[in-house]
Design a protein around this ligand. Structure first.
Ligand SMILES: [Zn+2]
Length: 321
């Protein structure tokens, strides 16, 4: 069951668990498994967790409910697993799935389909899947897996919640997630990392900051129009603000590392985004942004109004372009 993967993939484990606990299950997930040998197993464990009637009440692995047993035997009728037929996933495979899912009434809580190696959709199959993803039907969940996220069509990626496996590294950072690395660099005592709930808060904050940076890099000054949604809704307390500025600094440091062909230190899971931002900016622009973030961080301590602080940061960072 899902708990078996808690140690190996703590972030994804937590996100999957949280989705069920808070009843915020997405209609489509894309598992970026990075050649992990447990990618397919973990996808199936997630399915069991979604469908098992005792998922919320018992913490231990379920061993004996009918749903879990049927899934183990690949006998659960509302779960379909699609693998490439030869080198491609073909349109007929998708059509069959759609037909089957549309004619049957929902028996359990969800109908779930897994598509492995989703980068291998041929063109017409990709179009079928897109239509399926664009008009999500109540209760249907897609779980797509890939070892080559960059080969998955952007139109598919953008419709899914992406869950990136953390990669085992041979160096001393092996198995360390972004959270662990960050807390090591920042020496934060704000979050108790052994506490799942705290960890989740930290994780959500990191995600919010990454989303903010992503938007800023595209929209520039226009980000001023979205600060409530992108920033203030997520980061409001003063102590979090200092941490948020540290996280931003470390993020742009990694952009600079990438630009200078040095090793990415913390945001190893965000390599694509870091690459894109490093391509868009000169070394001078990146260092200017880091300086502006550090300068503005000092203003937190002198009690500058939060909204003004972020507005000024955006303007000063744009000025660096
Ligand atoms: Zn069960």
């Amino acid at each position: 069951m899902l708990d078996d993967y808690k140690q190996e993939q703590p972030i994804i484990y937590q996100m999957m668990k949280n989705a069920v606990m808070t009843q915020k299950v997405s209609h489509a997930y894309l598992l970026d498994t990075k050649n992990s040998t447990i990618g397919n197993e973990m996808a199936l464990a997630f399915v069991k967790y979604l469908l098992c009637p005792s998922n919320k009440t018992q913490n231990n692995n379920c061993e004996n409910c009918m749903q879990c047993k049927k899934i183990d035997d690949m006998n659960y009728t509302e779960l379909k697993v699609i693998d490439p037929d030869g080198i491609w996933i073909k349109k007929e495979q998708l059509d069959e799935l759609q037909e089957e899912f549309s004619k049957k009434a929902l028996e359990g809580q969800y109908k779930i389909y897994i598509i492995h190696q989703v980068e291998k959709l041929n063109k017409s199959a990709a179009n079928s899947l897109l239509k399926f993803l664009e008009e999500p039907e109540e209760g249907i969940i897609a779980i797509l897996t890939t070892d080559s996220i960059y080969q998955v069509l952007e139109t598919i990626r953008s419709r899914c919640q992406i869950l990136s496996f953390s990669k085992r590294k041979s160096n001393e950072n092996s198995n360390k997630t972004t959270i662990n690395l960050l807390s090591e660099y920042i020496h934060t005592t704000l979050f108790d990392l052994s506490n799942e709930e705290e960890c989740q808060k930290y994780l959500e904050m990191i995600q919010a900051i990454i989303t903010f940076i992503k938007n800023f890099e595209v929209k520039g000054k226009e980000t001023l129009l979205y600060t409530t949604k992108l920033w203030h809704n997520h980061i409001s307390e003063k102590e979090n603000l200092i941490l948020a500025f540290d996280i931003m600094t470390f993020f742009y440091n990694d952009v600079l590392n990438k630009k200078c062909n040095r090793e990415i230190k913390i945001f190893k899971d965000e390599i694509e985004l870091i690459h894109n931002i490093s391509e868009k900016n000169t070394i001078e622009q990146i260092t200017k942004k880091i300086n502006e973030i550090m300068k503005m961080k000092k203003n937190i301590k002198i009690n500058m109004n939060n909204a003004l602080l972020i507005d000024k940061l955006i303007l000063n960072m744009v000025g660096g372009k």
